[in-house]
Design a protein around this ligand. Structure first.
Ligand SMILES: *Cc1c(COP(=O)(O)O)cnc(C)c1O
Length: 383
């Protein structure tokens, strides 16, 4: 049994639901604040990882900003009390109403992904008599998985502006009166556990900085996005190595006087504090496998079905001898499976199951497929 879970109290709550361990969240945020402050770095929380109000307010209380990818997220950040000076807005397809929402609230920056978008932001800002701060999202062509550059492939990515278009972008910018170039922005991917990818990013950013300086432009803000991964295999290893992460940037990314370095961390802040809690409905013996059928399904946590993602599964009720189970949900899809051949103590109807590391891209991606109810959140300090 796991000491971190107040099993007696959790057993009384109607499943499925999300359980957030606020101690883990606070410890994580403490460390991020401490390690980023060493170098004067700015952290924006990537709201798309988990837009739950309590989680967002907790993060805001640490003084972090918000990185949004839709107008709805911008609105949620405002509603949760984030100052507009701490809100940045990225996204490859911003609708006019979303740009207007950002303009009306004087958000800190639009991360711009194309020339047509730049022109529309300029036009909409002009109609309001405002000047919008923009950062250019540049496709750095850095591979997030291996540590080799790829010369094709990543350049076909829908995100960001390619480096050969930058000359053109600067020319267009010089003719736009209602946008101001504030920064350059990068985001190389997600669940990156090999820090060499970030090292590659630093080298690429240094090269691009040289390019900008040679064109007499010094962006005030360098934003290197998010993507730091977590340990899904060992959720007890709850806090990513933020010390090494920020140190790496301090050692390899060359900032010029007056420049700020910004980060947009999502998963690494919130993943390990959350678990999807569920009860076993039935244990069904097949010919070769036995199924543990949960009352939680892919509508509650879609990552295993969507990305074949691994989540550690624990039976918090049983101390029996271990057996193997295919752990599945009740949804009418074969992909509604949380794990195959999962080793669990002997499992029976009514046992409480925790699907770990579900704090990021969990609750926020829940749907009402099969007309199910959305899972509710519960918090360790409010049980
Ligand atoms: C998704 C996203 C992030 C956060 O990614 P994580 O892997 O959750 O840290 C940051 N910036 C942008 C632009 C994103 O799209």
């Amino acid at each position: 049994m796991n000491n971190n879970f107040p099993v007696d109290r959790l057993s009384g709550i109607e499943t499925p639901f999300y359980y957030y361990n606020m101690d883990i969240l606070n410890q994580t945020l403490d460390l991020v604040r401490k390690e980023s402050a060493k170098y004067g770095y700015h952290v924006h929380y990537a709201v798309k990882a988990n837009a739950n109000e309590r989680i967002m307010k907790t993060i805001k209380d640490y003084g972090f900003g918000a990185d949004c990818v839709s107008g709805y997220e911008v609105q949620q950040a405002i509603d949760c009390g984030y100052p507009s000076s701490g809100i940045v807005y990225a996204g490859v397809g911003k609708a006019d109403w979303e740009i207007n929402l950002g303009l009306d609230n004087d958000i800190a920056c639009f991360n711009v992904e194309s020339i047509p978008e730049l022109e529309i932001i300029n036009e909409l800002a002009g109609k309001k008599g405002k000047i919008a701060n923009v950062a250019l999202r540049i496709n750095p062509n850095v591979n997030a998985n291996t540590h080799h550059y790829i010369t094709t492939g990543l350049e076909e990515n829908k995100f960001g502006i390619n480096h050969w278009d930058l000359e053109n972008v600067l020319e267009v910018l010089s003719g736009l009166k209602n946008v101001k170039l504030e920064g350059i922005h990068f985001h190389i991917g997600s669940q990156i556990t090999d820090l060499t990818s970030f090292h590659d990013l630093c080298i690429r950013v240094n090269e691009l900085q040289e390019w900008f300086i040679s064109h007499n432009v010094l962006p005030r803000i360098v934003n290197v996005g998010g993507g730091l991964g977590v340990d899904y295999q060992n959720p007890e290893n709850a806090i990513p190595d933020f010390e090494s992460y920020f140190k790496l940037f301090s050692e390899h990314l060359d900032l010029r006087p007056g420049q700020e370095l910004h980060f947009e961390l999502g998963r690494s802040l919130v993943c390990q504090c959350g678990s999807l809690m569920s009860k076993v409905l039935y244990v069904k013996k097949g010919v070769k496998v036995q199924f543990a059928i949960l009352d939680a399904g892919m509508s509650d946590l879609i990552r295993p079905a969507l990305y074949q993602a691994f989540h550690k599964i624990e039976n918090l009720s049983s101390k029996g001898n271990v057996e193997k189970y295919d752990v599945v949900g009740p949804i009418c899809e074969s992909s509604d499976c949380f794990g195959k051949a999962v080793v669990l103590p002997e499992t029976n109807r009514g046992d409480l199951i925790a699907v770990r590391s579900a704090g990021a891209y969990g609750e926020v991606m829940a749907s009402q497929y099969n007309l199910r109810k959305l899972p509710k959140p519960y918090y360790s300090d409010q049980l």
